[in-house]
Design a protein around this ligand. Structure first.
Ligand code: SF4
Length: 392
């Protein structure tokens, strides 16, 4: 048990103070804040990958897919719904700690970062040079089996809430896997490369079976027939008093009749050891801060559902937690801005370098970064702000 952190082990349901929500009386169009994933005429967003840290000119990320806008309950966050397949921001275990706009080189000129998401904040804390490669240079990254499986599983869990509550069974959920995989192949053709060397389809079959196992495990942790999410795959964005814009995509938001809000995130990896739980919660506190700023309500509960290990981590945040995260993010943003202006982005090698797609460009591995695409000024005390940073 980590201080303030409740860990609920498999099997069983959660010790939730939030009762299941009734079905909404009618579907409502998502509230538009800075923009809607549905266009002015209700079109679906253009195909793309999640891009919550897109530079201002890129217009943020939207996900393609067949998803209808989900019901909007009490929580209509000033953001946009993002529907369908995407690269998600799951934790470090799954490769979807990664790419937001990552993997797709923009045709437009590089621009300074204009906002911060949990994934990109984590990138900078892990390695400032990695952040540069992903956000400033926008170097392409290859899809990975783990990240793509995470994307697939997320899509299945989201889509399952489209069917009537009584039909939300494990077999029904598993039956969605092939169709969602087909959709993923259509909307993100690069994932087809993953199995290009598997003409017999054996590896693909094992990969799909593992996705089904992860989906099935969810039913030992939550009962979707008793849940009616207020939001799924919700894009949120808030501007702090300092002008820093925070953005992210929340897997699921539950709102109790009392108005209490629970933020839920699915992970296809394993739960971290207790000493690393704080890092895992960073993303959730980030979302809680955004919701608090937008709705003036501190979420009652943050919940991480680890499908890889069958664990659930919960945390009930208090105001001081979120204020601490805000201070942390402001310091992080100052460091990012300084690095952007000076062009000083230090590599910080760790064992995570083994998963980094950019070793060929990294001085730690004998590589040379591409020419810096932004104007620079001479650093005054550059680098001091790039000391080791943690989530708390
Ligand atoms: S290889 Fe390691 S040090 Fe180099 S950019 Fe990647 S994460 Fe940073």
């Amino acid at each position: 048990m980590v201080c303030g952190l409740r860990r609920v082990f498999r099997p069983g349901t959660l010790s939730l103070p939030l009762p299941p929500l009734p079905s909404p009386p009618s579907r409502a169009a998502p509230t538009t804040g800075r923009g809607s994933a549905l266009g002015p005429a209700g079109e679906r967003p253009a195909a793309g990958v999640r891009g919550v840290d897109a530079p201002a000119a890129a217009g943020g990320g939207a996900r393609p897919g067949p998803s209808a806008p989900s019901a909007v309950h009490a929580l209509s966050v000033a953001g946009r719904k993002v529907c369908g397949m995407e690269t998600s921001t799951e934790g470090e275990e799954r490769a979807d700690s990664g790419p937001g706009t990552v993997g797709v080189r923009a045709d437009t000129a590089a621009v300074p970062p204009a906002s911060l998401s949990p994934s990109r904040a984590s990138d900078f804390m892990q390695c400032p040079l990695l952040y540069r490669f992903r956000v400033i240079d926008r170097l392409p990254e290859k899809p990975s089996e783990a990240a793509t499986r995470g994307t697939l599983v997320h899509a299945v869990l989201e889509r399952l809430f489209d069917v009537p509550a009584a039909d939300r069974t494990a077999p029904r959920a598993k039956s969605l896997v092939p169709g969602q995989w087909e959709l993923l192949r259509e909307t993100r053709p690069e994932v087809v490369e993953l199995f290009a060397d598997d003409p017999e389809g054996e590896r693909l079959a094992r990969w799909l079976a593992e996705a089904e196992r992860l989906v099935e495990r969810w039913f030992s942790l939550e009962d979707p027939s008793r849940l009616e999410p207020a939001e799924r795959e919700l894009f949120v964005e808030a501007e702090l008093d300092s002008g820093l814009r925070l953005r992210g995509i929340i897997d699921r938001v539950d709102v109790a009749p009392t108005g209490e809000v629970r933020i839920v995130d699915y992970k296809t990896g394993k739960a971290p050891r207790p000493e690393y739980a704080e890092g895992a919660l960073f993303q959730m506190k980030f979302y809680a801060l955004v919701v608090w700023r937008l709705k003036k309500v501190i979420p009652r509960r943050l919940q991480l559902v680890y499908l890889g290990s069958g664990d659930v981590l919960t945390y009930d945040p208090v105001r001081a937690d979120l204020e601490r995260v805000e201070r942390k993010l402001l310091a992080l943003w100052d460091a990012i801005r300084l690095a952007t202006e000076t062009g000083v982005w230090r590599p910080r090698p760790t064992k995570l370098c083994g998963w980094c797609d950019h070793r060929a460009h990294c001085p730690e591995f004998g590589g040379t970064p591409p020419p810096y695409p932004l104007p620079v000024r001479a650093p005054e005390s550059g680098g001091a702000q790039q000391g080791r940073m943690g989530p708390d």
